[in-house]
Design a protein around this ligand. Structure first.
Ligand code: DON
Length: 304
């Protein structure tokens, strides 16, 4: 398979989709991104790296951070993590409040906002500065010391983050948040604000493609079994109420973010990152989904 040719073809073919999506505007600092931008990068376990489009432009990774947060926290906590957060798809939007009261403050999974807030709370209890620990992890796994938080985006989200605050306060009332809500929210918003390019993201995802062992840092980040678990949750919950459509069309574990990025993992082979800020109605990159669908359909490579 000629991966470079394939992704160049995809970049050309998805042009009509670039104007169909709309950048997130509930975080005002994200609303200014032009929807017509596109980038894609592929890193393989045999050490090859391919890219097309604006592959060096850093963007706000938003909820993609949740996949790395989960990996880091699962590595430290092990199975005990699942006493505080579930592992079932929610079928609801990422910021939904409705299930949480019925389910006594235990979020359905670690990728909806409520679940990521619980994972952040656990990470703060373990590591103190959980967002700085995540930044170090991503610096090591991307090989880029310069990547950092975007404090403008983090404070823009904090100013408008009433739904996340509501989720966190409700869970605190149920006893499922241990640290002060303001501290949990600050670390969560900061983690979401990290800026990375698709090239950096594809590299950083390689440990998930390699059964937990990173070919970039040389570290065993997760056990083989934990890497399987994170990939499984990405497949079933990583794109929220569109997880069924992603599994059907892309057939890979994916984690999306409202900055327009998507990280996809082909276990045993490669990591793929795509970015285009125009989102569909469920908050996933519209052109990103189109690109990943074409990648797995044309290459015949997926987990199925
Ligand atoms: O908490 C939020 O709403 C954002 N910081 C992240 C949401 C997100 O990226 C959902 N992904 N598609």
């Amino acid at each position: 398979m000629d991966i470079q040719q394939l992704i160049d073809d995809i970049a050309r073919d998805i042009i009509p989709y670039l104007s169909a999506g709309k950048p997130a505007d509930y975080i005002p600092a994200l609303a200014g991104e032009s929807a017509t931008q596109f980038a894609m990068a592929v890193s393989t376990l045999d050490g090859q790296h391919f890219h097309t489009g604006l592959a060096d432009k850093r963007f706000s990774i938003q909820s993609i951070s949740k996949a790395f947060m989960l990996a880091q926290t699962l590595a430290q906590t092990g199975e005990a993590l699942w006493q505080r957060v579930g592992k079932e798809p929610s079928g609801n939007p990422f910021n939904s409040l409705v299930q949480l009261e019925y389910e006594h403050g235990i979020p359905r999974n670690p990728f909806i906002n409520a679940g990521a807030l619980v994972v952040t709370d656990i990470a703060i209890s373990q590591q103190g500065d959980s967002s700085a620990a995540l930044r170090s992890f991503l610096r090591e796994e991307s090989g880029e010391e310069a990547l950092d938080f975007d404090y403008v985006i983090a404070s823009s989200e904090a100013e408008h983050g009433h739904r996340n605050a509501a989720l966190a306060h409700f869970m605190k009332s149920c006893g499922n948040i241990g640290n002060p809500v303001d501290q949990v929210l600050a670390h969560y918003f900061r983690a979401c604000s990290l800026r990375m390019s698709v090239r950096e993201l594809a590299r950083a995802g390689l440990f998930l493609a390699n059964h937990g062992a990173s070919p970039i840092s040389g570290q065993q980040r997760l056990s083989r079994s934990q890497a399987k678990q994170v990939n499984a949750i990405m497949l079933t919950c990583g794109t929220y109420d569109a997880a069924g459509e992603f599994a059907y069309r892309v057939g890979l574990p994916c984690k999306s973010g409202v900055g327009g990025g998507i990280l996809a993992i082909l276990p045993g082979k490669m990591s793929i990152a795509v970015w285009s800020p125009g989102l569909d109605a469920r908050g996933n990159s519209l052109a990103g989904l189109e690109a990943l669908d074409r990648f797995t359909t044309r290459s015949g490579q997926s987990v199925f």
